[in-house]
Design a protein. Structure first.
Length: 132
């Protein structure tokens, strides 16, 4: 999958969505070392927010919200990064942990300690607070 900036995905630590139809929300580490929250709708990247840089062997706390024209994410309490032009995948009830990205062979590199999906959109302040 190519993201909106033309780059391809790297290791995928957390995916929520439908891997069959290529409609997903992804937290991943880019080849440059950046932590990215991406929204992919039908195989096309509609948002790719670079939310920080991750060092190996360190705990990372990302959080995001996603709605049409309102995507935001924060990493470790840092300033919230936003995108106001994204389309959204169809609703999903599937979460994949430690899986691989479609035909790519890059697996999760670490552990997911805690995951929460909230039934409401978190404010920027909430995103920063829960990742601090």
């Amino acid at each position: 999958v190519k993201l909106t900036d033309g780059t391809t995905l790297f290791p995928v630590p957390f995916v929520v969505g439908n891997l069959v139809t290529d409609q997903v929300y992804i937290f991943h580490r880019h080849v440059t070392g950046s932590v990215v929250f991406s929204v992919v709708d039908g195989g096309s990247g509609t948002a790719a927010l670079v939310i920080g840089t991750a060092a190996f062997n360190t705990i990372q706390k990302p959080a995001a919200r996603a709605a049409t024209d309102n995507v935001a994410a924060s990493l470790n309490g840092a300033a919230v990064v936003t995108d106001t032009s994204a389309t959204m995948p169809d609703p999903t009830t599937t979460a994949v942990f430690g899986g691989r990205w479609i035909s790519d062979l890059r697996y999760i590199n670490g552990y997911v300690r805690r995951t929460a999906i909230f039934p409401l959109a978190l404010t920027d302040a909430h995103l920063r607070a829960i990742t601090s």
